[in-house]
Write a protein that binds this ligand. Structure first.
Ligand code: UDP
Ligand code: MG
Length: 332
């Protein structure tokens, strides 16, 4: 059998501290896989620079000169982890038989990559890396992550528990994935929906060995909210439900009020008035806001804007528009 060409996609945002070490470890993994004749010798590590403000892109270029496995693409600005990943996957898909995505900080065990490839060779199209334990994460991260999985499950979004974006996908799985044209692509949810033969590989999650997390609470919340609203209409149904419940309660209250009135027990109900006005008002505002959120999504989708723009592509040998423009200008 022809050995598969593997590309490891690594999104990087301000990762100058970790990049050289990541490249070193990933190269070692690739080399040993090539020596074992498990993958093709032209396999690659594709760094996706997600509009970093530090020396990340310079480092990627430097690594490329020294290391024949390293290659990179540079996005035109910071698009966020998910978009950077998608950009990498779609770029890598063209040349590769299978693609593995892993974070630049190597919190995910590079040792699991070999197991991924073995599963792929057995005929699996999607291999999920799943964390055994989360001891190395901060208590806060663990709590928020757990809350996230619970909430998603409750909202009816099918996710692989404790699986982040460390996974292998075959070419045909990636081709299916790129048929999902939505701008707000929630990768973990969509991949879980693709189908195909899937396998799971367990590993221990480590600590970030350098640099700081690029996922502050704000980005985490945005991520969770995006996941929910692009996959589930449960929040909108909840509004209907709450509306129905409050209608039922108010009818009961109406009966009670009528009886009190008729039996002459009605007093000037200032408190209950105030409370209900505020309660209903709040409920309405919240509901309208939530529905607006979905309408916003529809608005974004109908515009069909590109998910990301690549400024420079050193992997496929294609340069983005801006680079081509400067080259043309130089020639003139
Ligand atoms: N990342 C990115 N764009 C962003 C934020 C993060 O490409 O806007 C990358 C980052 O460089 C890393 C990965 O996404 O490779 C995961 O980020 P991080 O390790 O900071 O997240 P955490 O592990 O703390 O959840
Ligand atoms: Mg990390």
């Amino acid at each position: 059998m022809k050995r598969p060409m593997l590309t490891i996609v690594v999104p990087c945002y301000n990762e100058e501290d970790v990049l050289p070490e990541s490249a070193r470890q990933l190269t070692a993994v690739l080399q040993s896989l090539i020596e074992e004749q498990l993958i093709a010798p032209e396999s690659k590590i594709l760094f996706v620079d997600d509009g970093s403000q530090d020396r990340t892109w310079i480092l990627i270029n430097k690594l490329m000169d020294q290391n024949r496995y390293v290659t990179g693409i540079k996005l035109a600005r910071n698009f966020g982890h998910q978009k950077a990943l998608i950009a990498g996957l779609e770029t890598a898909k063209e040349k590769s038989d299978c693609v593995i995505s892993i974070d630049a900080d190597l919190q995910d065990d590079v040792g699991a990559i070999r197991d991924f490839v073995l599963k792929y060779l057995e005929g699996y199209d999607i291999v999920y890396g799943v964390r055994n334990k989360r001891e190395t994460d901060t208590a806060f991260k663990r709590l928020t992550a757990q809350g996230f999985y619970r909430l998603m499950k409750w909202m009816g979004v099918d996710l692989v528990y404790n699986h982040a974006d460390f996974r292998l996908m075959s070419k045909r799985a990636l081709e299916e994935l790129s048929r999902y044209k939505e701008v707000n692509l929630f990768l973990r949810g969509v991949v879980a929906q693709l189908g195909f033969r899937t396998a799971v590989v367990y590993y221990d999650r480590k600590e970030r060995f350098a640099g700081t997390s690029k996922y502050p609470l704000k980005k985490m919340l945005a991520f969770a909210f995006d996941g929910i609203t692009s996959f589930s209409v449960v929040p909108i149904r909840m509004i209907t439900l709450i509306g129905f419940l409050s209608f039922m309660i108010s009818s009961l209250a109406g009966v009670y009020i009528m009886i009190s009135k008729l039996t002459g027990h009605a007093d000037s109900g200032w408190t209950s008035m105030m409370i209900s006005i505020w309660f209903i008002g709040g409920l309405l505002l919240m509901s309208v806001g939530l529905i607006g959120e979905y309408i916003g999504k529809i608005y974004q989708e109908t515009k069909r804007r590109p998910r990301y723009s690549i400024e420079t592509d050193l992997y496929s040998g294609r340069a983005g528009k801006s680079v081509q423009a400067t080259k043309l200008a130089e020639r003139r």
